[in-house]
Design a binder for this molecule. Structure first.
Ligand SMILES: [Zn+2]
Ligand SMILES: [Zn+2]
Length: 360
């Protein structure tokens, strides 16, 4: 039996296979009618067979009456928000519990279970567990959408850095030889040799805490950025930020004879992209003993301020200018690539929307 489109009032509805469900779609306006149970079924399939999808039974706020009528029972449809924390409008019939979805809302509806679970993750409060973790290890806890793809390049970079470190670190003489050959020195580069160290210095670390700190941050932000970019582009941008970091450090002190090592500059580049693409994520910060979820914007502003102070004081063994240069490169690349990253990642785009208010 052909039914009438609630929107166009014509009998132009055709059967469509939509994520495993046979639904009715209007050939004129593209809207889709879901009979009772069909939307849950389709969304479960769209979300990799997640059986917990129950949006039909857990609709968000009632937003008032719609001008359209149900195509099964001629009752007036009612506007609802599909989710509690995110604005996706659907129209529901109170009599037969069928659901009408406009063409413009369809992609948002399909992605909504993933957005929902991301929001649950992002809205989690801090706990004794997260407090202890940060108190003991001095590292932030991340609240963000889970990466959908396995971040192979992130794992590869972690493995390389760790294996290389333990490869030379057991033997002081060997460590010295490795640093002589592969650490970055501004004076050598300006004399026109040791160009390979522009790459190799990123895979060496001066001490265990230096290594662990860098690897933890790479692990936290790397998976999401690799997921957003794809592995190959992720690797290229990671290295590019590392080169920019080295360039900044060389410019800050040309002719320096100090050897520079570490992945920090490349990872600082990831920070720049992270704060632009995951602005509703949170990282915890510990003010003495008080733990607070901060937006990446605020978190990395504090991190940048500490580096600027360090660079200004110019003391110690930390390559502050490399951090600042890598971060600036990441911000620039992140800003430039943001439109295409959002286009190819609808869930990310939805999580970036202004209507989302994350609890921190
Ligand atoms: Zn229509
Ligand atoms: Zn109805």
């Amino acid at each position: 039996m052909t039914i009438t489109c609630p929107n166009c009032r014509t009998r132009q509805m055709r059967e469509l296979h939509f994520h495993g469900q046979r639904v009715d779609r209007c050939t004129l306006c593209g809207g889709i009618w879901f009979d009772h149970g069909e939307l849950n079924g389709a969304l479960s399939r769209a979300d990799n067979g997640n059986d917990d999808v129950g949006v039909e039974h857990n609709l968000g706020n009632h937003l008032g009456a719609s001008p359209r009528q149900c195509c099964r029972c001629d009752d007036g449809l009612q506007y609802y928000q599909l989710l509690q924390d995110f604005r996706v409008e659907v129209e529901v019939c109170h009599s037969c519990t069928g659901i009408w979805i406009n063409d413009s809302e369809r992609e948002k509806v399909v992605q909504s279970p993933r957005v929902q679970s991301a929001l649950e993750q992002m809205n989690q409060p801090t706990s004794t567990k997260t407090w202890l973790f940060q108190f003991l290890l001095k590292m932030p806890v991340e609240y963000n959408v889970k990466a959908r793809t396995t971040p192979w390049v992130t794992y590869l970079l972690l493995a390389l850095n760790i294996l290389i470190f333990f490869g030379y670190n057991s033997d002081i003489q060997l460590a010295e030889q490795v640093f002589d050959a592969f650490a970055l020195r501004s004076d050598y580069l300006l004399q026109g040799h040791h160009f390979g160290t522009l790459l190799s210095h990123m895979f060496l670390h001066g001490g265990l805490m230096h290594l662990l700190g860098n690897m933890y941050f790479l692990y936290v932000v790397g998976d999401n950025i690799e997921d957003a970019l794809g592995s190959l582009r992720f690797l290229m941008l990671y290295l590019l930020c590392g080169f920019a970091a080295a360039a900044a450090q060389i410019l800050s002190d040309p002719g320096s004879t100090t050897a520079m090592v570490g992945a920090s500059g490349a990872i600082a580049g990831l920070f720049g992209m992270y704060l632009l693409w995951f602005r509703n994520a949170s990282l915890t910060f510990m003010f003495f003993i008080y733990q607070k979820k901060l937006s990446p914007m605020v978190f990395f502003a504090i991190w940048l301020a500490l580096n600027l102070v360090g660079a200004w004081q110019g003391q110690g063994s930390v390559a502050y200018w490399a951090h600042i240069g890598g971060f600036a490169a990441g911000l620039g690349l992140g800003w430039w690539l943001k439109p295409s990253v959002m286009r190819t990642n609808p869930v990310l785009a939805m999580l970036n929307s202004d209507s989302i208010k994350v609890r921190r």
